[in-house]
Ligand binder design. Structure first.
Ligand code: AMP
Length: 303
């Protein structure tokens, strides 16, 4: 199949209790594409400014990401500045500069129009829909968002969700979107907005999948050192959607496996700043951590 993503490509400035990084490669589409590239071919739609170095584009190409839909505009690249306390589950946004995204009008290449699977990574929900409407007959539409858009553009976001099959968001965002503190009830409310499947990411506590057949819970990998949680959500989504695109089916077995591949990709990503861990990651390591996840959660039935 063919997987298309629209989202941000960014310069991130990040501070965690373990160090800091300034103007490093980030963005929802960047993390997503890199993680998904271990499973399938990815086409990227985004915009960068005149300050964006060629070496970052070459990195995406080295991961086989199709960057024909990555436009370069005059102006500055999107910038995000965030900070984490010892509770690494929640980023505190210090600054968001949309820059070239403010005037971005995505026109996707002709070859992208027949994409089967579309991932609307975290970006303005209006842009998410503008891209989605240029795809002829997507078989699966998955989506991510964040509090910035839930708070700032809720009505637009709800229109995007009406056209979405799977939504992946974190716990506090799910509560805020549904305006309901109980997660199970919040999930039901969100499912009524459109996405039949809802994945709630809970940082170091793992992730939950709510869908017709009930609830599935994936643990997070117990890591000894977590340096930077930035991009964990997008890497999760990349593993999850990338795997589904690869196996071309959405049955319960595949969805559960995708949850684990998502968790595996997120667990690698947080081991270093920016995309540094994924720069040296190979597929054998992914497989081996997948098997460790299996051992982590296996237990015998009672007799
Ligand atoms: P996450 O996977 O949720 O940690 O996503 C982190 C990435 O999201 C960072 O690399 C940021 O550049 C990007 N980001 C942060 N805020 C926004 C926003 N409002 N719109 C699009 N991307 C964003």
């Amino acid at each position: 199949m063919s997987l298309l993503v629209v989202g941000s490509v960014a310069f991130d400035t990040v501070k965690t209790p373990f160090g800091e990084a300034e103007d490093v490669l980030g963005g929802s589409a960047t993390y997503f594409s890199t993680a998904a590239s271990y499973f399938t071919d990815v086409r990227m739609v985004a915009v960068v400014g005149s300050d964006f170095p060629e070496k970052h584009i070459n990195f995406l190409k080295s991961r086989n990401v199709d960057v024909a839909g990555l436009q370069r505009a005059s102006g500055s690249t999107f910038r995000w500045k965030g900070e984490y306390g010892y509770d690494l589950n929640e980023a505190k946004t210090l600054e968001t500069r949309l820059n070239v995204f403010e005037t971005f009008k995505p026109t996707i290449p002709e070859t992208y129009r027949t994409s089967d699977v579309v991932f609307l990574a975290n970006i303005d929900p209006v842009l998410q829909r503008e891209v989605l409407h240029q795809i002829e007959r997507p078989k699966l539409v998955a989506c991510d968002t964040m509090n910035f858009w839930i708070g700032g553009k809720k009505a637009e976001l709800i229109k995007t969700l009406a056209e979405t099959d799977i939504l992946l968001i974190n716990e506090s965002e799910a509560r805020e979107l549904a305006d309901e503190p109980n997660l199970v009830r919040a999930a039901r409310i969100i499912q009524k907005m459109g996405p039949k499947t809802l994945i709630v990411k809970r940082g170091e506590y793992g992730a939950l999948m709510f869908h017709a057949d009930g609830v599935f819970s994936a643990p997070a990998y117990p890591l000894e050192s977590v340096f930077d949680p930035t991009g964990a959500g997008d890497s999760f989504a990349g593993g999850f959607v990338g795997y589904l695109d690869n196996v071309k089916n959405l049955n319960e077995t595949s969805l559960r496996q995708a949850m684990i591949f998502g968790s595996v990709m997120a667990s690698f990503n947080v081991e270093d700043f920016s995309l540094n861990r994924m720069r040296s990651l190979d597929y054998k390591e992914i497989e081996s951590r997948y098997r460790e996840f299996r051992r982590l959660t296996f237990f015998e039935d009672i007799v």
